[in-house]
Ligand binder design. Structure first.
Ligand code: PAF
Length: 284
């Protein structure tokens, strides 16, 4: 398993694989890998002959008030995890390799990015779309793997691939949770003991909402009110949003009459966590 720091190294390696007729999967990450990322690497390893994992904390998707500097990083641990899960190459560039002096081209999207996380993180999806487009151009994978925990990101990327006729398949993989339900996230490391306990309100609210849908509730306000009341019962939690949206357009709906996403962002202390469920994934 190799670690490439430059775009040229990645291109040469992928060219060699292509010459042998091999298929290539890409798992884009910001590093500090956990079991959630491991499940994406496993899926790529299963579907493709070779797997590239990008490991890059993308400055363009953080606003000045966000946690770019403190975002956790550990490339040695990441390399061990990638190797253990059958990854073949890590792309771990410096910011200057991705954004040369004078960089001035961006991939931006309307509508889907104007709801949910896009409201409190206005420049976020422009940064995500730009870096993911660059990664797709650099690696030219057959398939790319994204977690459903970042549900809006997954929808935005699917939409971008469709809008811009990008020639690859996007695979969404299930959320991986801790034994007590908390969705795995690199940002969970920011939580102290009390906050770690309080953070369970997110997954508890998700399970509550899923149960209501399973029992046939179709009125979104009824579902959301119960979920919100549960989150508000935790003193360390401050809600950013809890909403139900159409799965494809990311626009709010009031009745569950189509495939929907119920998504939330909640601050636990200073840490902003997200969680969600897709109604289509609920087993009846
Ligand atoms: O989900 C992430 O970790 C990032 O947003 C991504 C897709 C790697 C782009 O930087």
């Amino acid at each position: 398993m190799k670690i490439a720091k430059t775009i040229e190294e990645v291109r040469l390696q992928v060219k060699e694989w292509r010459a042998q007729g091999l298929t290539v999967g890409l798992v884009p990450t910001m590093g500090y890998l956990h079991e959630g990322h491991a499940s994406l690497i496993d899926a790529s390893h299963r579907d493709n002959d070779r797997t590239v994992v990008s490991d890059f904390v993308n400055p363009m998707q953080f606003s000045p008030s966000e946690d770019l500097e403190s975002y956790p990083r550990d490339i040695e641990h990441d390399a061990q995890l990638v190797e253990a899960h059958g990854g073949d190459l890590i792309f771990h560039p410096e910011p200057e390799e991705m954004y040369h002096k004078g960089f001035s081209s961006f991939v931006d999207m309307t509508v889907l990015t104007e709801e949910l996380c896009g409201l409190s993180r206005p420049i976020h999806f422009r940064g995500v779309c730009t870096v993911v487009s660059k990664l797709f151009n650099i690696v030219q994978p057959d398939r790319a793997y994204f977690g459903k925990k970042d549900a809006q990101q997954l929808a935005v990327i699917r939409h971008m691939v469709d809008d811009l006729n990008m020639n690859l398949e996007i695979i969404g993989c299930p959320i991986v949770r801790e034994a007590d339900g908390l969705a795995k996230s690199s940002r969970n490391t920011y939580l102290n003991d009390a906050e770690r306990k309080a953070a369970l309100v997110l997954s508890q609210a998700v399970f509550l909402g899923m149960d209501m849908v399973r029992q046939g509730e179709k009125n979104c306000d009824v579902i959301l009110n119960q979920m919100k009341a549960h989150i508000q019962s935790e003193p360390l939690a401050k809600m950013d949003y809890v909403k139900i949206v159409d799965c494809e357009t990311m626009q709010q709906i009031s009745v569950l009459d189509r495939p929907a996403l119920c998504a939330m962002a909640v601050y636990i202390g200073k840490t902003r966590l997200i969680d969600n469920f897709f109604t289509e994934d609920i087993e009846k």
